[in-house]
Design a protein around this ligand. Structure first.
Ligand SMILES: Nc1ncnc2c1ncn2[C@@H]1O[C@H](COP(=O)(O)OP(=O)(O)O)[C@@H](O)[C@H]1O
Ligand SMILES: [Mg+2]
Length: 241
């Protein structure tokens, strides 16, 4: 579970990227975080992950405050950033081992996980190459694999499907479903509404840093008295703002 209470964040004191955001993301479900470009999704996610500090407000992950107990909080979650261009000089395998070291994944377990994950994402043949030689989609996959290697209970994914080929995208979505079904937390941002509509138990819609709606797909349809697609509701909602 992730809990945000009255979170605020401005850049350089001017652009209000997150505006009084209060949101509870429960376990056992997939929660989608939707909003147009510049809505504040990445900023919010970076604050949850402890990459950025909020100006005010509090965030707990499985009950642990990210600011007060950052290490204890960070062990709870895996975070896939929106940009997978990192550790480019490491080979895929070195990066996975580095991540496993960071999270104290014991060696026989790590071997099994690396094998499972590289099979699932068809990355076996690439693990001995440097990440800088990878395509965007492969970089995305290796980052996801590195995040999942310690089997975190809370998954926080910023636009995770971007750049993935259809098969890997399908694999990841199935993994997200499995993780939620196992009673864990999955929170991901997307601007692709079809993905959200099919995959999410709940959606949180933000624009200009403010939460506009939070609920299930049924609730969203009922609330807006619409039989239309999420796309239609979303466009109306974010245009009216
Ligand atoms: N490092 C930054 N410095 C200044 N403004 C930023 C920075 N990062 C994001 N912003 C601004 O904050 C707002 C929210 O951006 P972001 O969180 O990236 O939105 P999203 O991920 O929903 O596209 C936008 O207006 C964006 O231009
Ligand atoms: Mg973003």
């Amino acid at each position: 579970m992730i809990e945000l209470i009255k979170v605020n964040k401005s850049y350089s004191g001017i652009v209000k990227a997150v505006d009084d955001l209060t949101l509870t993301i429960p376990e056992g479900q997939i929660t989608g975080f939707l909003g147009p470009n510049g809505a504040g999704k990445t900023t919010t996610i970076k604050i949850i992950a402890g990459v950025l500090n909020a100006d005010s407000g509090s965030i707990t992950i499985n009950g642990t405050d990210i600011r007060e107990n950052p290490l204890e909080a960070k062990i709870q979650f895996g975070y896939v950033p929106d940009n997978p261009d990192m550790f480019l000089r490491l080979k895929g395998m070195e990066y996975l081992n580095f991540m496993a070291d960071m999270y104290n994944v014991e060696s026989s377990l790590r071997k099994d996980r690396i094998q499972e994950l590289s099979e699932s994402f068809e990355m076996e043949a690439a693990l001995n190459d440097q990440i800088q030689s990878y395509s965007h989609g492969m970089r995305q996959k290796i980052v996801i694999m590195g995040v999942l290697i310690h089997d975190p209970s809370v998954w926080i994914l910023d636009e995770p499907m971007t750049g993935l080929d259809p098969k890997s995208s399908y694999t990841l979505k199935e993994m997200m479903k499995g993780h939620a079904a196992a009673g864990k937390t999955v929170f991901f941002s997307t601007h692709v509404l079809e993905v959200a509509e099919k995959l999410c138990d709940k959606v949180a819609i933000i624009n200009k840093g403010k939460l506009l709606f939070y609920g299930t797909m049924d609730e969203i349809r009922e609330h807006f008295r619409s039989n239309g697609s999420l796309e239609k509701i979303f466009l109306e909602l974010t245009e009216n703002e």
